[in-house]
Design a protein around this ligand. Structure first.
Ligand SMILES: [Fe+2]
Length: 302
């Protein structure tokens, strides 16, 4: 596809700061990542979940049962879209077929927001199916700002980007991850998805204080929290999303609530999926802790 012909005129000025003027999305409450194992129970049981996050790529094939199921979920719950293939930091040309699919799905779902990760997932047409880290340099920041602006122009909405768990760091980084994310959000106008487990995992793996990360992010730029489990290997942590949320991450959630205030929060389980009731208990705990830490939460709720 001819990339140049698809770029909005202003995107050529890659270095120019041009924050999207979007209103901060409203607080949704306490949600859960939608997984196929729970479709029937959700559709038949109307469980007490405020909203669902859906994996965009699972529904980007036209027609079929998954889309019909998603339509029914959307009738009963607010939904946000969460992708894993945007590859926003890649140096490969933007994939406009993918972006068009994302835009088409967003038109159908009418999500409260569309998110992905600050990472790259492949190059030269190859998708490595992993969320790969980037160096936190000024050059990379300029590059990602211009990519976010391009994607936001194409989709016609501000996007939301999540911090990923990382296992390596780059010697040429010129700033911290939290400085990079903060500047990216300020310059491009994108919102941030603050994955509390990912902060915990990366902080352990690289030996820094997770509170430094947390306190380094401006509170007004964060629209969503992820809470998830991981696999602790002793010397390092792998972000497997196949366990319940651990107590250290629950403690970090308390600190996040104190710093960010009320933020739409959800439980993200991707493997070793338990019965819905088990995840509902974790969703209930996110709500109970938030109500305890932020006594005014109920009064503020919309
Ligand atoms: Fe996450």
């Amino acid at each position: 596809m001819n990339v140049a012909s698809r770029l909005p005129e202003t995107s050529a000025a890659a270095q120019a700061d041009r924050p999207a003027k979007s209103t901060k999305p409203a607080f949704l409450g306490f949600g859960l990542g939608l997984r196929a194992q729970h479709y029937d129970e959700i559709l038949n049981g109307n469980p007490p979940i405020d909203w669902f996050e859906v994996i965009s790529e699972n529904y980007m094939i036209p027609g079929g049962q998954p889309l019909r199921t998603l339509d029914r979920i959307c009738e009963g719950y607010p939904v946000v879209m969460h992708g894993v293939s945007l590859s926003i930091a890649s140096t490969a040309p933007p994939n406009f077929e993918y972006l068009q699919g994302l835009k088409d799905l967003a038109r159908r779902v009418e999500p409260k927001w569309v998110s992905d990760h600050l990472c790259w997932t492949g190059v030269h047409g190859k998708n490595l199916h992993d969320l790969l880290p980037i160096p936190y340099t000024k050059e990379a920041l300029d590059h990602v700002v211009s990519r976010v602006q391009l994607v936001q122009d194409f989709l016609g909405r501000a996007i939301v980007l999540e911090n990923v768990s990382t296992y390596v760091q780059f010697n040429n980084s010129e700033m911290t991850e939290w400085e990079f994310l903060s500047e990216l959000s300020r310059r491009s106008g994108c919102w941030l998805l603050f994955d509390i487990n990912n902060v915990y995992v990366s902080a352990f793996n690289h030996g820094y204080d997770p509170l430094a990360f947390l306190n380094g992010i401006p509170a007004d730029r964060v629209v969503q929290f992820h809470m998830a489990g991981h696999s602790h290997m002793g010397t390092h942590i792998i972000d497997t999303h196949d366990h319940p949320v651990c107590e250290d991450v629950w403690d970090l959630y308390v600190a996040a609530l104190k710093h960010f205030g009320r933020v739409s929060t959800m439980i993200e389980r991707d493997d070793n999926i338990p019965p819905l009731d088990e995840l509902l208990l974790e969703v209930k705990r996110t709500r109970e802790i938030a109500e305890r830490v932020l006594p005014s939460l109920g009064k503020q709720a919309e």
